[in-house]
Write a protein that binds this ligand. Structure first.
Ligand SMILES: *Cc1c(COP(=O)(O)O)cnc(C)c1O
Length: 388
């Protein structure tokens, strides 16, 4: 047993352990790919973007992929095209951009609960809130697929679109089937904290050819080609630079996913040995990308709450995130306009910590993080007195 740094013990990561480090391909690979487009003077929405769309469609087993400037842009455009004529049901336990994309379209928000173990949208609560609603937006939280089967049945019965915020989920599988072809559309993010990295970027995946066509128009100001705007679109294009990074990243993507899986397994096996810590539940047969490895902290059993634990980890050099605290329904932007109490979500959001996980991280680093978490538990009373 070692004294945690927060109590004056030796700092376990004096140089700091980053929460995330993007897996980037060699720069020479990026410039090699970019060369031809650059020489042609084609620096945005060109052949590399087309190549990325085709490669992603194949990998996701979906008919259409439209590359966009970001996942937020993609979600905004999807709802712009779908034009729901009523509120949309979405989880409170998600990233702000899920809600923002609806709000930018003046679509009302109807927040639903999450499951306390998987943190995924609670499909029973979502279904209960579907009456009078005009759509569902569900997030694949931390890279694990959400309860898509139940949601799809309910959306079909209600006759409303079901869109997935798949920002975390490029490479995830639902009972063996790649995430990407589910629902009306799924939207992925390619920012540096996500499994597949372009720098900035998003991918809209859909089986609906007409929706894909409209998203292509939408990402180009709503201009179908004749400068007679069909609707108020955006500049939502992806640049050739970003497509080059994503294409080069795809080459190593399976290895990156395997690394994340190995780290997550190591964490899972060890975390269960620490009283009061519970890893995110992922249903058997589903494959997570492990974009985040997230534990729920039971304050009574662990001895510290999530905030205290995260502060104490920081003293040992370990960077963590409290995703998603505060939950989005309590953000200033929404709490008065869409007042909702979600006790299960609020308790979960207040109790979770996401720990460092990135492809180049060593397995032995997981062991050290786990040691620190164990030491914090063993010294919990002293730590509580100190921070009180
Ligand atoms: C990162 C993230 C987004 C936003 O992605 P961008 O590509 O930055 O727009 C949306 N939803 C979730 C759940 C995210 O984590």
């Amino acid at each position: 047993m070692t004294r945690p740094a927060v109590l004056g013990g030796p700092c376990r990561f004096p140089a700091g352990l980053a929460f995330v480090r993007p897996s980037l391909p060699p720069l020479s690979e990026v410039t090699r790919r970019l060369g031809p487009s650059y020489a042609e003077g084609q620096v945005t929405d060109g052949p590399l973007v087309r190549e990325l769309e085709a490669a992603a469609a194949e990998r996701l087993s979906v008919d259409h992929v439209v590359a966009v400037a970001s996942c937020t842009t993609g979600l905004m455009l999807v709802w712009k095209v779908l034009q729901p004529n009523g509120p949309v049901v979405l989880p409170g336990f998600t990233f702000a951009a899920s809600a923002h994309a609806l709000d930018w379209n003046h679509v009302g928000l109807r927040f639903a609960e999450c499951d306390p173990h998987s943190f995924q949208i609670d499909s029973a609560d979502a279904i209960a809130k579907l009456s009078g609603a005009a759509g569902v937006l569900a997030t694949h939280v931390f890279g694990a697929p959400c309860d898509a089967t139940a949601l799809q049945a309910a959306a079909d019965q209600a006759g409303v679109p079901l869109v997935y915020d798949a920002a975390h989920a490029f490479g995830a599988r639902l009972q063996g089937r790649p995430v990407g072809g589910l629902g009306t559309a799924e939207v992925f993010s390619l920012t540096p904290t996500k499994p597949l990295v372009a720098g900035e970027g998003g991918l809209v995946a859909t089986r609906d050819a007409e929706l894909a066509r409209q998203i292509r128009v939408g990402r180009n100001y709503g201009n179908p080609g004749d400068y007679d705007s069909q609707f108020s679109g955006l500049n939502g294009r992806m640049s050739e630079f970003h497509a080059a990074v994503a294409l080069a990243s795809l080459e190593r993507f399976d290895e990156d996913l395997a690394s994340r899986r190995g780290l997550a397994e190591r964490y899972c096996n060890a975390v269960v040995g620490i009283t009061g810590l519970q890893p995110q539940a992922v249903p058997a047969g589903d494959t997570s990308t492990w974009k985040d490895f997230t534990v729920r902290v039971d304050e009574a059993e662990y001895g510290l709450n999530a905030g205290q634990a995260s502060d104490a980890l920081r003293a040992d050099g370990i960077d963590t995130r409290r995703y998603f605290w505060p939950p989005v329904h309590l953000h200033r932007a929404y709490r008065q306009r869409f007042p909702t109490r979600l006790p299960i979500t609020e308790a979960a959001a207040g109790s979770v910590i996401s720990l460092p996980v990135w492809p180049a991280m060593e397995l032995s680093t997981v062991d050290t993080v786990i040691e620190v978490l164990g030491d914090l538990h063993d010294h919990a009373e002293e730590i509580r007195e100190r921070v009180a």
